[in-house]
Design a protein around this ligand. Structure first.
Ligand code: DHB
Length: 374
């Protein structure tokens, strides 16, 4: 997305990626886009398939011990969400990049970032056994939580805020017709479960599991039994089962690195911050970061003024911390904690009761869920 936004401002960039093109297109990840993300994709010319194939949702359901209540986000906020896989976004952006003819290299290795404090930082990498160097005006560290950019910042120039959760999500993709037109977030005595979808024929589901869960302990029958138990509504609703085509375990972490800049390197997305997945903010935050970075870089080339670059970290972190608070809150409200005392369990139920009955509480959830303007 950053490459596309820079291209639209007439700015050269080189994109390097250590995985293969097939890997990034096929790796299933989250799938909820905020309205500002959708608007930005459309405005920057990469929203055509999204507008055709995206599934527009006006609300979500919250199921508390079998009782399903709907939060009408469109009525409460005037905005809605779009279900469209993150890997589909990546596919559209790769297509757009290739059509610009600007450089995009997959399967690079031995990447290092160098001379970050200088006017001309450098990226070195290996592609097809050949060592290469890019001389840059700026480096954007969009290389994720496990990438090399953040660890290249000297420790005394970065501060880390972190919280690790005592559970994870086991996610599956199934060839099953979605039995609800909207997502269902569910808290059950056995733990959290989430019903989502990718198309009219594919359902995406998650269930709370242990952080070190072994996938081999989860044959398909056990997964379906658990999903049906945790998601079923007292009025008879349940997901349609079907053949499972993908399985994976996602860890849960809240993480922020501040500031999101060192010299001429700017961090964006997961390299600087991770949210737990409840509420689907990860991709949307990354998009907001690169939108801001593209504007700051374009302003610098247009006028020579560095003010937006200098404010980049502070401006991003306001949105990041708002999303951190929301994702932590959604996670705490909807997951079962073994360590919880009976008071905490009742308080959790009182919170869900409030959120599904009070217009003020529903509006608060909804405005965070659909996303604030960029
Ligand atoms: C999905 C993922 C989420 O984290 C979420 O909160 C809702 C939906 C999904 O993958 O569809």
């Amino acid at each position: 997305m950053l490459g596309q936004l820079l291209h639209l401002s007439g700015i050269d960039s080189v994109i390097i990626e250590n995985r293969s093109q097939d890997y990034v297109i096929e790796r299933v990840r989250a799938g909820v886009l905020e309205q500002p993300t959708v608007d930005l994709m459309i405005e920057s010319g990469v929203g055509e398939r999204l507008q055709r194939e995206g599934m527009f949702h006006d609300g979500i359901y919250i199921n508390v011990h079998g009782e399903r209540r709907r939060i009408d986000m469109a009525a409460l906020t005037g905005r809605r969400i779009t279900v469209y896989g993150q890997n589909e976004v990546v596919k559209d952006l790769i297509g757009a990049r290739i059509s610009t003819g600007r450089p995009l290299f997959f399967e690079v290795s031995d990447v290092s970032v160098n001379d970050l404090e200088s006017e001309q930082p450098k990226i070195r990498f290996t592609k097809e056994s050949e060592t290469r160097e890019i001389q840059c005006d700026f480096i954007a560290g969009c290389d994720g939580f496990h990438g090399i950019c953040r660890p290249s910042i000297p420790e005394n120039h970065i501060r880390i805020y972190e919280r690790v959760y005592p559970f994870a999500w086991l996610g599956i993709l199934a060839n099953a017709v979605p039995s609800s037109p909207e997502l269902v977030y569910s808290l059950h005595q056995r733990g959290f479960a989430l019903f989502s979808m990718r198309s009219n024929a594919v359902t995406r589901l998650y269930l709370q599991c242990a952080p070190d869960e072994e996938l081999s302990h989860w044959p398909d029958d056990r997964i379906w039994e658990e999903l049906l138990t945790r998601l079923a509504g007292s009025e008879g609703w349940k997901p349609n089962p079907g053949p499972i085509t993908q399985k994976g375990v996602t860890g849960m972490r809240s993480f922020v690195a501040e500031p999101m800049r060192y010299g001429r390197m700017f961090l964006a997305g997961d390299s600087a911050h991770i949210v737990p997945p409840t509420g689907a903010k990860g991709l949307n935050l990354a998009i907001a970061d690169v939108w801001r970075l593209s504007r700051a870089v374009a302003e610098y080339y247009r006028s020579g003024r560095p003010e937006l670059l200098d404010r980049y970290s502070e401006d991003c972190l306001r949105r990041v911390w708002r999303a951190q608070r929301f994702s932590w809150w959604m996670t705490a409200m909807l997951h079962k904690t073994d360590a919880a005392n009976p008071f905490d369990c009742r308080r959790q139920l009182a919170e869900l009761e409030y959120v599904t009955n009070s217009c003020a509480a529903m509006t608060s959830l909804a405005e965070n869920y659909v996303g604030f303007p960029l």
